[in-house]
Design a protein around this ligand. Sequence first.
Ligand SMILES: N[C@@H](CCC(=O)N[C@@H](CS)C(=O)NCC(=O)O)C(=O)O
Length: 273
Amino acid sequence: MTQLVLYDILGGTSATSNPFAFAPNSWVLRYALNFKGLKYHTEWIEYPDVEPTCKSLGVPPTDVITFPSGTTQPFYTLPVLHDPTTNTTIPDSLAIIAYLDKTYPDTPSVLGAGTGMRGLYGMFRDMVEEEVTGKIYVINLAPVVKLLNERSAEYYRKTRVGLEEINPVGSEKDKKLWEDVEASLKRLGMWYDLAAQGYVGMGDDGGEKGETFIAGGNEAAFPDLFLASRLLWVRIALGETGVLNGWVRLKELDGGRWGRLLENVHAKYGGTF
Ligand SMILES: N[C@@H](CCC(=O)N[C@@H](CS)C(=O)NCC(=O)O)C(=O)O
C-alpha cells in the first residue's frame, strides 16, 4: 500500500522548520491512523490556502458559514486525506475514519466494526462537541493565533473578527467558561466510572474511579481518541501553565484522570508530533 497523504493545518513558522499539528479534527484522525498502524505523511497547509487546496483537490466543503447578515458561504476544512491506492480524496475527520475502517478491514477498527457502537459513539461525540469543544473553542480562539506564522495569523484574525473581545483572556466570561468546561468533564467522568465498574448507578458510591478508557478495558476506542484530541488542543493552545492555569487546570481535575487519559492515548497513538 502506498503511503496515505494527510493534509493538515500548519502550526509553527514553516513546513520545513519544526512544523507541528494543533487542529483537533486533524489530531483525532492522526490518532486513528496510528491506532490502525497505517503509514502516512503530512502536507502542511497554511490557513489562507485551505480553501484553494481543497478546491484543487476536488473535495467539497464540510460545512456552511452563516454570517450575522444571514448570508452563507461554503466552509472548506482540513483534515483531508488522499489515498493513492484507491485514488480517493476526502474531507471530514469522521468520514475519513469510516473510509479507512471500510477500506482497510485488516487493521484495528476505530469505529468498532460490527459491534453496533457507531450510534453510541456518535452520541458521545455530539455531547463532547456541545458541552466541551464549543466552550474550549471560545477559550482557545485568541491563544491559537500565537501558534501560527504571520501569514496564517493575519488570515485567522481577519476571518474571526473581534476574537480578542469575544472572550477576553482571564475575564469573568473566561472564568465562567472554564467552570462550565469543568462541570461538563465531571459529568463525562461519571460515564467513565460506569464503564469501569460495570454497574448502573451514578455518583460517588465508593467504588473505584474509572481509569483511562470508556469501554472499561485497557484498549482505547473512538470516544477516547476523540476526547484526547480536544484535551490536546487545550494543552497545545494554552500551554502547561498558561492563563487561568491552562492545561494544568484540566489535567489535575477530578484526581488527574484527564491528564492520564491524554498521556495514555498520546503515548500510544501520538506518532511523531
Ligand atoms: N467536520 C470537519 C471539521 C473540520 C474543521 O473544522 N477544520 C478546521 C480546523 S480544526 C479548519 O479546517 N478550519 C479552516 C478555517 O477555519 O478556515 C472534520 O471533522 O474534519
